[in-house]
Every structure is written in C-alpha cells, then in structure tokens.
Design a protein around this ligand. Structure first.
Ligand code: AMP
Ligand code: ZN
Ligand code: FE
Ligand code: FE
Length: 291
C-alpha cells in the first residue's frame, strides 16, 4: 500500500516549512505521496516544482500532488474548507475567487490587529513581516506575532484565547460559498474534496443536507480520517460518503511547527488517490516513477 498524505501546508500560507523542507520531511516520514495544499493560493505550485526538481534523489522518489485548500462560507456563518486537487493554476474560474479571498484576508486581518493592538504589544508590521511576498495571510500569522510578543506560548493558545471565530477580536472576511468553489474547481479541471467536516472546535458544523447539496454540485470526496474529527464525526462522514457516492480521504493537515499534527498520522486510501489522479487536469510530480 502506498503511504499517501495528501493535505499539508508550506510557508506559502500558514505552514512553517518551505517547500524544500516539507519534501525532505515527507521523505523522512516514509511517505510515497505528499499532497501540498496551501490556503487560497497557487503560489506554492512554482515553489514546490522548483524544490522538487532540485531535491536530492531520495526525495525525488516521492510523488507530489498539488492542490489548493479553498476557504468557503455558508450562509449563517458556517465555514468549511474544500480541497481542490490537481487544479491547474492558469484556469479562469478558481483564481479570481482566490484573489478576492486573499484581498479580503488582508483587510480583515488588518482590522483584527488594530483591535488586538489595544490589548497586546503587536503591530500590523510585525504581522505582515511574517507573510512571504506572494503568500496567503491568516490568523496563524497573527498568532505568531502574539507569540513573538510573549503574549502566548504557541499558536494554539493564541487561537483559544483571542483568535477564534466569535471571539471579540474576530473580523469576518469574504469567502466563496462551497457551491461557488465546487463549480469553479470543476470548471478548471480540479477534483473537489471536502476537508475535515464535522470538526466541532471549528465552530458551527455542516449538516448532512449541506454535504448532499455539495455532492449534487459535483463534490468528489470527503476527508474522513483527520484528527479534528472525533469517532462520531468520522462515522458520520463515512456514512455520508457511502450515501452520496463520495471518495473517502484522510490526511494529517501538517503545518510544520504551527500545529501538533504529524506527517503521515492519517492517510488517503490508495483507490481514492488513483481516482484523483485519473480525474485531475494537472500532472502529478514524479508519477511515472511509481505507477
Ligand atoms: P484563517 O486562515 O485565518 O481562517 O485561520 C485558519 C487557520 O488557522 C487554519 O489553517 C488552521 O489550521 C489554523 N488553526 C486553527 N486553529 C488553530 C489552533 N488552535 N492552533 C494552530 N492553528 C490553528
Ligand atoms: Zn492552515
Ligand atoms: Fe482546513
Ligand atoms: Fe489545511
């Protein structure tokens, strides 16, 4: 069986490892396939391709599947994330949604930092300095600035105390609906898979009907094996996969030092990987070596 961890992040969004460091970590974790899926950007596509072409031989035996984790918002303030696997970066449909999301992230985060600055020793510059030029900013960068200022010991503590949705410093931002995202991903040739549904710590959760509606719109799969889902959530996700004909996925959602999640702690079943490879419009790096 191939060891496939298809959902991780680099410094192009809120991971703490560069593309080259992540490929090395994936080789150390004995993965056969890694998926690299930064938030609301295609910026990591070039970074990963460059790192892969320059990587040492043991790293080049990896296959790499590229994708984007698209933040979405349902009416009623319910957020969800949809992974767009093997979506070409030069498509006409997803890129403009991602651009609008990133613009809205910058302005919402700026307002959050303004609010936080009255109680904590952070400045907008101290946050902006943590985001690489073309990368996607997010609350984890604000968390890092708070940690650097000595206000909290780590990202998780900053999230628990001041960054959560519904907290008094939170500022909402624009995001596409899941149906808008699914339509755009499919129109560009990507494979949409719903990430970590039914994770209660992420705020209000999706309903079974929400998943059914997404499946009717072309959702291809659902992440079942992910640490944010408890046993009940995984059982529900698995049942909805069967009822709606969805592929079953699993992943670590590795963020480097930014979260406790470890590479390879949850894996994507091989048949799902093969289906994604067949359906996606963008090539898998190194696929000729293993299949
Ligand atoms: P944002 O992109 O601003 O919506 O922030 C969400 C990101 O923060 C996601 O990528 C999560 O992985 C990360 N995140 C959420 N909660 C925590 C936490 N408790 N500790 C560290 N990272 C978190
Ligand atoms: Zn993240
Ligand atoms: Fe996510
Ligand atoms: Fe993620």
């Amino acid at each position: 069986m191939l060891r496939i961890d298809p959902h991780t992040h680099t410094t192009c969004s809120d991971g703490t490892l560069s593309a080259a460091q992540l490929l090395e970590a994936a080789a150390q974790a004995h993965l056969d396939v890694i998926g690299i899926t930064d938030h609301d950007t295609f910026a990591h596509y070039d970074a990963v391709q460059e790192a892969y072409s320059q990587a040492p031989e043991h790293t080049q035996s990896l296959q790499v599947i590229l994708g984007v984790e698209v933040s979405c918002e349902l009416p009623g303030g319910i957020g969800c994330h949809i992974l767009a696997y093997l979506c070409p970066p030069d498509g006409q449909h997803l890129a403009p949604l991602l651009q609008r999301s990133r613009d809205s992230r910058w302005s919402a985060l700026k307002m959050m930092v303004q609010k936080l600055a009255s109680d904590f020793a952070i400045t907008w510059d101290s946050v902006a300095a943590l985001v690489p030029g073309n990368g996607t900013p997010g609350r984890p960068h604000v968390a890092d600035a708070l940690v650097n200022a000595g206000a909290f010991p780590n990202r998780s503590a900053a999230f628990d105390h001041v960054l959560s949705r519904g907290g008094r410093y939170y500022v909402p931002r624009w995001a596409p609906t899941p149906l808008e995202a699914i339509e755009a991903i499919k129109a560009d040739g990507g494979v949409p898979i719903l990430a970590h549904p039914f994770a209660p710590m992420r705020g209000r959760v999706l309903s079974a009907q929400d998943v059914k509606t997404m499946a009717e719109a072309g959702l291809a799969g659902i992440e079942v094996y992910h640490r944010d889902l408890d046993a009940q959530g995984q059982a529900l996700a698995l049942r909805l996969a069967q009822e709606n004909g969805l592929l079953v996925s699993g992943a670590s959602d590795y963020h480097g030092e930014g979260k406790p999640n470890l590479l390879g702690e949850n894996l994507m079943p091989e048949e799902t990987y093969l289906a994604v490879c067949r359906r996606g419009a963008y090539p898998v790096l190194g696929q000729d070596r293993l299949l």
